[in-house]
Design a protein around this ligand. Structure first.
Ligand code: SIN
Ligand code: CO
Length: 392
């Protein structure tokens, strides 16, 4: 089951992905929310979970933002109208919510960000705004009206607000009413304005797209960290008739060629990009300790798998891979591990959020077990005695 209903994936990718909005009525027919509004409010009490409440008006002031964690009293004070609770990365905490990630498996998993869930009381809204990311809005409970406007960018005027980026002007070009099981896909930069007609929940399956401004700096730092002091501008072919003070075209071209040569290393780019795109959203990347690769751990994992245990991808873990030359580069929560291509089907299995069992490992060499032991030590995967506890 995917989020596109009956629409062929190829049609979605060709005509809509990153191009234009799409309403998919009953994309998930008979959908029942795997979390209740009370459970969502319970998550917003936890200090390690990012949550916000947006009220459309407080006193004379429109649009107020409060950041969690909240207390039960906060919810008692809010009344029954005009507020929205937003809880980030619910897929990191609730396995049944994480299962919904499989409904967008026609898109690269490293492009996924998280599943944010909002509960809105009647009239609740976060205001007209635009996002720089693609999002699938799945109506999980109640009804919400979505008005869509035009294309926005960083020149589009916003109201003056310390915390929220709300559009100064909004005019609806399309209006949709979403009911449970309906999905609205929005590409980046499309103005949108959702208002709850009845109390209900919307699941936002959001994507990440790294900004050029961040990538340029981070990739340059990654390359620079491996350069040594003697690697620097050089001009052994300097010719006579130099004009003191003049930086001529030959010099600039020489500089350009030297810098491009340092930057244009496809294997380095692949390593950096895989590490960057699998960086965890909330925790810092794990540090690999030498003892984590000790043979004892490998023997233990092998024994447990033979007893029927399974290896599963942890909630919130980020896993990807690239095939580089004759090797497999595995990216796990911001760290890259080089291994043999023999591990490819196992890694693909985990990327699809399917458990790995002893059956999958038979006839594989110790290198594959070593990789799994490493991923266990990094807490990207866990070994379980069945697939019910925490498995997705
Ligand atoms: C909401 O759930 O109301 C906000 C989601 C969004 O606009 O991105
Ligand atoms: Co939005």
């Amino acid at each position: 089951m995917n989020l596109l209903g009956n629409l062929p994936i190829a049609t979605f990718l060709k005509d809509y992905w990153q191009k234009q909005p799409l309403l998919i009525k009953q994309a998930l027919p008979r959908f029942e929310a795997p979390i209740s509004p009370d459970e969502l409010a319970g998550l917003a009490l936890e200090p390690e979970i990012e949550s916000r409440i947006i009220q459309t008006q407080v006193g004379n002031q429109p649009w107020a933002l409060r950041r969690g964690p909240f207390s039960e009293e906060t919810f008692a004070e809010l009344g029954d109208k005009d507020w929205t609770l937003l809880v980030q990365a619910v897929d990191h905490w609730v396995p049944e919510v994480a299962e919904l990630l499989n409904t967008v498996s026609f898109l690269p998993s490293w492009r996924l960000d998280d599943i944010m869930i909002s509960f809105a009381a009647t009239g609740g809204s976060v205001g007209p705004h635009y996002d720089n990311y693609d999002v699938f809005l799945l109506q999980a409970e109640g009804t919400r009206e979505w008005q869509l406007g035009g294309h926005c960018d960083s020149d589009t005027p916003l109201i003056c607000h310390p915390d929220l980026q709300i559009l100064e002007q909004f005019s609806a070009e399309q209006t949709y009413t979403l009911e449970p099981g309906d999905v609205l896909y929005l590409p980046p930069q499309i103005a949108h304005y959702g208002v709850a007609l009845t109390p209900g929940m919307t699941f936002s399956i959001g994507f990440r797209a790294p900004a050029y401004a961040d990538m340029i700096g981070l990739y340059a730092d990654f390359i620079a960290s491996e350069l040594v002091a003697e690697q620097r501008y050089h001009d052994p072919e300097l010719e006579e008739n130099v004009k003191p003070g003049k930086i001529d075209a030959t010099t600039l071209n020489r500089l350009r060629q030297q810098l491009l040569k340092v930057i244009d290393q496809p294997d380095k780019l692949a390593q950096w990009f895989g590490e960057h795109m699998t960086e965890p959203k909330y925790s810092t990347p794990p540090v690999l300790a030498k003892e984590q690769l000790e043979p004892a751990a490998i023997t233990e994992i092998s024994n447990l798998l033979q007893q029927g245990y399974q290896i599963i991808l942890n909630l919130g873990a980020r896993l990807a891979y690239s095939e580089i030359n004759q090797e497999l580069l595995v990216f796990a929560d911001g760290v890259s591990v080089t291994t043999s291509k023999e591990a490819l089907p196992i890694i693909q299995q985990l990327c699809e959020r399917h458990p790995v069992t002893w059956h999958h490992l038979q006839s594989k060499s110790e290198a594959v077990l070593t990789l799994l032991a490493t991923l266990c030590a990094m807490e990207t995967v866990t070994i379980h005695d069945d697939d019910t506890d925490g498995s997705i």
